[in-house]
Design a binder for this molecule. Structure first.
Ligand code: HEC
Ligand code: HEC
Ligand code: HEC
Ligand code: HEC
Length: 148
């Protein structure tokens, strides 16, 4: 009896485990080659981003990267439609973006990606010095270099 109960639990757990993956896989793509339509060409080549690993293996919440602000608060929640970053971050400058006004910088597309990706990796590296989370250009950009 006890044995059956245990086996039942394992089977149930296995089903739930598979289901949770199916749910995440259904609404979050595995790997994304990020090529925003706002830029006609990429000077550094498209960044390959392991979307599924970030969400599952590294356990980064969707809301760390996806948002919709209302009165200064992020009201986006899992299950809501996901817009591409350049739907809202429509300021296209890729060099000299430091000269933009603070408001323009918030909507600058390159800064949106860099702030999101690199700030988290830097914070993570403080507690995990051996992390593989990249901070240097060439580790994210196939045609990258070390100069900003
Ligand atoms: C570490 C950051 C990060 C996390 C965590 C993350 N995403 Fe994403 N997601 C992205 C980026 C970047 C894109 C590509 C956006 C673009 O191309 O403009 C994307 C794209 C998507 C897309 C495709 C949108 C489209 O129109 O192509 C969906 C759907 C999505 N994410 C859902 C999710 C869900 C659901 C979660 C949580 C389970 C999640 N994401 C977690 C960064 C993240
Ligand atoms: C629905 C519109 C919308 C989408 C889609 C969107 N953003 Fe934003 N994002 C905003 C707005 C508006 C702000 C400014 C909020 C404020 O005033 O503080 C912002 C702020 C940010 C900030 C902070 C900027 C700063 O200097 O304070 C980062 C980083 C960022 N977004 C990254 C991203 C990334 C990466 C994506 C795609 C995965 C994305 N955003 C998708 C609207 C959006
Ligand atoms: C909120 C935190 C967070 C954000 C945002 C984030 N990452 Fe990461 N990233 C991580 C962590 C944690 C790891 C894994 C570190 C480890 O295990 O050593 C990682 C690892 C990586 C790696 C190396 C391993 C792999 O999965 O390929 C790449 C490349 C990467 N991230 C790219 C990106 C890009 C591009 C973005 C922005 C679109 C991004 N990350 C946004 C936390 C984040
Ligand atoms: C953690 C990953 C990451 C690091 C590190 C990083 N970038 Fe990016 N960068 C991105 C993402 C994601 C985008 C937007 C998607 C894309 O361009 O494929 C982007 C976009 C860009 C763009 C605009 C698009 C293009 O290709 O012309 C430039 C220029 C750029 N980065 C330069 C740099 C430079 C220079 C460095 C080093 C100082 C650097 N990046 C470091 C992730 C990163």
């Amino acid at each position: 009896m006890r044995k059956h109960f245990t086996a039942g639990c394992i089977a149930l757990a296995a089903v739930m485990f598979a289901f949770s993956f199916a749910v995440i896989a259904a609404d979050a793509p595995d790997t994304i080659s990020i090529k925003p339509a706002l830029w006609s060409e990429l000077t550094k080549g498209p960044v390959e981003f392991s979307h599924k690993k970030h969400a599952q293996e590294y356990k980064v919440a969707c809301t760390e990267c996806h948002h919709k602000y209302e009165n200064g608060a992020n009201v986006w929640k899992q299950g809501d439609p996901v817009e591409k970053c350049d739907k809202c971050h429509t300021e296209p400058t890729i060099t000299g973006e430091k000269k933009l006004s603070a408001d323009q910088q918030k909507l600058n597309l390159k800064l949106a990606f860099h702030t999101n990706c690199i700030e988290c990796h830097k914070t993570f590296k403080k507690d995990h010095p051996d992390t593989k989370a990249p901070i240097v250009c060439a580790k994210c950009h196939p045609k990258g270099d070390e100069k900003p």
